[in-house]
Write a new protein. Sequence first.
Length: 323
Amino acid sequence: MQASVGIVGMGWVGSSVAISLLHAGAARELLVYDLRQALAEGEAMDLAQGASFYPPATVRVADIAEMKERCDVIVIAAGRGAIPGGVDRLAALQHTVGIVRDLGAQLAGYGGLVIIVTNPVDVLTAVFADAAHMPATRVIGTGTMLDTARLRQVMSVELGLEAQSIHAYVVGEHGDSEVVLWSTARVGATALRTWPGWDGSREAILAEQVRRAGYEIVNRKGATNHAIGLVTARLLRGILRGERQVLAISKVQEEGPYRGIALSLPTVVGRRWCDAGGDAGVVAGGGGGARSVVGGVAEGVGVRGTCDLTPSAASGARSAPAS
């Protein structure tokens, strides 16, 4: 695979994305950037010295301008870090929107794909697309891919099965208003709710466990990074190989009642990036959560009007824990 990938923000999440990408063999060239030059240089050196243990790839530091010229895909993992104590991801928005908006302005005219990882990911996907004047199909967020992976892991423990045998999605927002699509969940080829021994009364408990998963990790170690790194690498590998998988990514809705709002929905993702968008109506099928999901994300997008977007506020790409 001859692709060039850039990562902006080399903290907890950016570094985990980097090592996961290299192990997946998703790129032949990895360019990294952080506002803290020494951190970016150290991470690049550390990653490069492990070259004997992953498919052939070069790793080095680059600035935003070079990434814009060289990279097929740029991953944004820069911004305010996670806040311990179970604070909603939207609380980080005031501190992060200026950075992401500034990066969008720097990358205006970029011809590749941008993947947003920074939280709140759905809101910032819309912020970046607006600032960069890029089409919705070329600015996507990792969305609820991580929540979906968490759901499948929780269900695998509940059922005593491998997570790969479970097909279920979390949609809407990567955050407190996320919606689990229990009605469409399947185990193998069998509807979950007809699976022998499935206890429907446990669904609310399991959904809450998934919703709180990131907070529980942050309260213990200060950030979540490994799982989101694997999620991002999986997304990138699928895109660059043209695998046309259905993944719960976030993108700005281009039509319908939720036009202009970024929502996380099952979407066909392939070499042409977002080949077919999900139907926002599926959010409502998860138990009446559409209003709270859209309201929460729309409220977050609305915060843009109250943020300080001066150059001092958007001072650069400091790495950020996420998810």
